[in-house]
Design a binder for this molecule. Structure first.
Ligand code: ATR
Length: 281
């Protein structure tokens, strides 16, 4: 008997802006997999009911993605969370394992895999001092801090408008991280190897602080998790000052890889054709 097609979801509120159906649809088509990936728009209340249906088997999904504003609720509601989800405090990917509903977070993986693609030299060399500057200490910053610690940065300077939020993350993530107030970021860039914007500044071309990227170390890199526009003002300024840049769009593509593999059993690839298709989609 033919197996029933596998189905995965993405849920959030709103959800119609999500690129995930395009990404997973591209892979399903290209890999000729008999499966479906569909957007499910839910309210807060609807979300917990949906998770209960997944647990009871009433909703026939292999699993799916969770986006704003349900990532923290998903963290609370799944049966099991892996170590990454625990540290990041949010779940963006749900899958089934041995009858349980498991939650993970693939944002740190997506961030690192995007840089591996675009600027592979971003990874620090063991034994050589390396410094990363992270701008923004909101929800999105947690996955980035996780990835930078995993990559082995010697020092991570975390800058935020609200200092207490940066201090809280520094306490939680350990000694590698030091918290500073936003106005001191210029000082922090001196001799740094990597700059990451995790704040919402620069989104839709909003103004950003004018930073002296030229004071960064030789071979330094700047990246931004904002990808509207693709080349944000942070990246534009950094590039003008001779710094290598990596846009954040690939993070969105790469973070989708582990989920697809969980649900459909094949590890898909992030290719230039995928990137061009989703950018134009
Ligand atoms: P996300 O989950 O996307 O990170 P968030 O938790 O609201 O969203 O965090 C947004 C980040 O952008 C925070 O670091 C925020 O700084 P505060 O913690 O001080 O709010 C930062 N941010 C947003 N608007 C800003 C602005 N106008 N100037 C400086 N930082 C800003």
């Amino acid at each position: 008997m033919k197996n029933a097609p596998k189905i995965a979801f993405v849920t959030g509120f709103p959800i119609k802006q999500s690129k995930s159906p395009l990404i997973h649809g591209f892979w399903l088509d290209n890999l000729k997999i008999d499966g479906t990936y569909r957007a499910v728009e839910l309210t807060e209340d609807g979300f917990s009911k949906f998770i209960a249906q997944l647990k009871s088997g009433d909703a026939n999904f292999e699993g799916g993605n969770v986006t704003m504003p349900f990532k923290e609720a998903a963290f609370q509601l799944v049966d099991e969370r892996d170590a990454i989800a625990e540290k990041i405090g949010a779940v963006n990917t749900i899958y089934r394992k041995e009858g349980k509903l498991c939650g993970t977070n693939t944002d740190a993986y997506g961030f690192a895999a995007n840089l591996d693609d675009l600027v592979p030299q971003w990874r620090p060399k063991p034994e050589i001092f390396s410094k990363a500057v992270v701008f923004g200490a909101g929800g999105a910053s947690r996955a980035i801090l996780y990835a930078l610690i995993e990559a082995g940065f010697s020092e991570i300077a975390l800058y935020n408008r609200t200092l207490s939020r940066a201090e809280k993350l520094a306490d939680e993530f350990g000694d590698t991280i030091t918290a500073y107030k936003m106005d001191d970021v210029g000082e922090g860039l001196k001799e740094a190897n990597l700059f990451v914007n995790t704040s919402s500044l620069g989104m839709h071309d909003t103004p950003v602080p004018d930073l002296n990227f030229a004071s960064m170390a030789d071979g330094a890199i700047a990246t931004d998790i904002v990808y509207h526009p693709l080349k944000t003002k942070f990246l534009e300024n950094a590039e003008k000052q001779g710094i290598a840049i990596a846009d954040g769009f690939g993070m969105l593509l790469h973070q989708a890889v582990p989920g697809f593999e969980h649900w459909f059993g094949v590890r898909p690839e992030v290719t230039k054709t995928l990137r061009d298709t989703i950018l134009n989609g």
